[in-house]
Design a protein around this ligand. Sequence first.
Ligand SMILES: *[C@@H]1O[C@H](CO)[C@@H](O)[C@H](O)[C@H]1NC(C)=O
Ligand SMILES: *[C@@H]1O[C@H](CO)[C@@H](O)[C@H](O)[C@H]1NC(C)=O
Ligand SMILES: *[C@@H]1O[C@H](CO)[C@@H](O)[C@H](O)[C@H]1NC(C)=O
Length: 394
Amino acid sequence: MKLSGFNSLGFVLIVFVMLSACSTFAMTEFNVLNFGANLNGRTDSTNSFLKAWNAACGTADSTFIYVPKGRCLVGPLAFKGQCKSPQIIIRIDGTIVAPLDYGVLGKSDNWFSFEGVSGVSIIGRGIFDAKGPSLWACKAPNSNSCPSGARMFCKSNNIRINGLTSLNSQMFHIVINGCQNVHLRGVKIVAAGNSPNTDGIHVQLSRNVEILSTFIKTGDDCISIGPGTENLWIEQVTCGPGHGISIGSLAKDLKEEGVQNVTVKNTIFSNTQNGLRIKSWARPSSGYVQGVRFIGSVMTNIQNPIVIDQNYCPRNENCPGQVSGIKIKDIVYEDIRGTSSTPIAIEFDCSSKNPCTGIRLQNVNLTYLNKTTQSFCSNVVGKVFDLVRPNSCL
Ligand SMILES: *[C@@H]1O[C@H](CO)[C@@H](O)[C@H](O)[C@H]1NC(C)=O
Ligand SMILES: *[C@@H]1O[C@H](CO)[C@@H](O)[C@H](O)[C@H]1NC(C)=O
Ligand SMILES: *[C@@H]1O[C@H](CO)[C@@H](O)[C@H](O)[C@H]1NC(C)=O
C-alpha cells in the first residue's frame, strides 16, 4: 500500500510538471480547417494550405500548423521563406492526396517544396499519396510523351521530418538538394518495385544530413547520393524492393563537386538489384568520392551486394565510352553478410585512369545458393581484414 501510494504521488507530480511545462510552451496554432481546407479528398485545398503557411510564417512566435485526420486534396505548393517565425512545426495526421489528373503535378517539378526556409519540422503519422501509378503507366510505352513528374523538394536549412509516409510518388519521392542540417527519422516510402525513377530519398549539394530508421520499398534507388554531399549519416534503413543505396550516378558533368564523409550503418536489403553501390559514367569529371563507411549490413537475395561501377551505363544506351574521371578512395566495407542472387558478390570495376584506392574489406560473408561466390576487380587497390567471403581479389 505504501509503495503504491508513493507511486501515485510520483505520477501526480510528473503530470503536474508536464502540464506546467506545456503551459509555458506558447505556440500559435494554425489549423488548416480554419483557412477553408476540406477533408473530403475531392475539394482542392491548396490555397488553404498556402494561407495557413503564410499566417504561420508571418508570426513572430513559434508556430504550429495542424492538418487533422481525413483526406486533403492538394496540388503543387511551394512553402517559401524568409519567415518571421523562428520555428514552424507542421503536424499532419491526415492523408494528403494529389489531384487525380497526373498532369496537374506533372507540369510542376515539385509537389511540395520548401525553399529558403529554416527551422521547419514536419511530424505526425500522415501520408502523402501522390497517385503515381497513372503517370507510371503513361511512361511505360513511351516516356517522351509524358511529363517527368513531381517530387517533394527541400532547399532549406534546419529541417526535421519525422514519422511520415510517402506513397507512390510520380518520380523521386524526397529530394534534399542545397540543404544543411536535415534530419529524417521514421519515414516510410512505398512504391511498386517496377515503378520508373521512383528513388526513395535523393541527397545532393547538402551537408549534415541524417536519415534514420527509415523503410523504403520502391522501383529505383532506395537512397541515391549525388555530387556535393558531405557529412551524411544513414542508419537503420530497410530497403527492398529497390536498387539499393547508391552513391551516384556521378560524372554526369565535367565540373562536379565531390562526395565525402558518408556513413551507412546497420542496413537491411531484401531482393534488391544492388546493396551498397558507387556508380559513375565513363567520362571525365572533376568529382570524387572519399571517406565512405558501409558498416553492418544484412542482405537477402541481392543481385550486386557490393559494387563500384565506373562504367555505369544502364540498358547500354548512349554509353559515353570514355574513362571515368571520378577519383574514389578510402571506402570501408565492414560486417556485411547474407546472400547474393548472382555468382559475383563483390565487384570493383574502377577507372583505368583513376584506380580506386584505400578500399578496405573486413568481415564480409556473402553466399550464393550455398556455393562460394566470386569477386571481380579491375583497377583497384585495397586491403582485407578478418574473414572475407568471397575471397577478395584486392
Ligand atoms: C563526418 O560526418 C559526421 C556526421 O555524419 C560528423 O559527425 C563528423 O564530424 C564528420 N567528420 C568530419 C571529419 O567532418
Ligand atoms: C557464412 O555464411 C554462411 C551462410 O549464411 C554460413 O553457413 C557460414 O557459416 C558463414 N561463414 C562464416 C565463416 O561465418
Ligand atoms: C542451403 O543449404 C541448406 C542446409 O544445407 C539447405 O537447407 C538449403 O535448402 C540450401 N539452399 C539452397 C538454395 O540450396
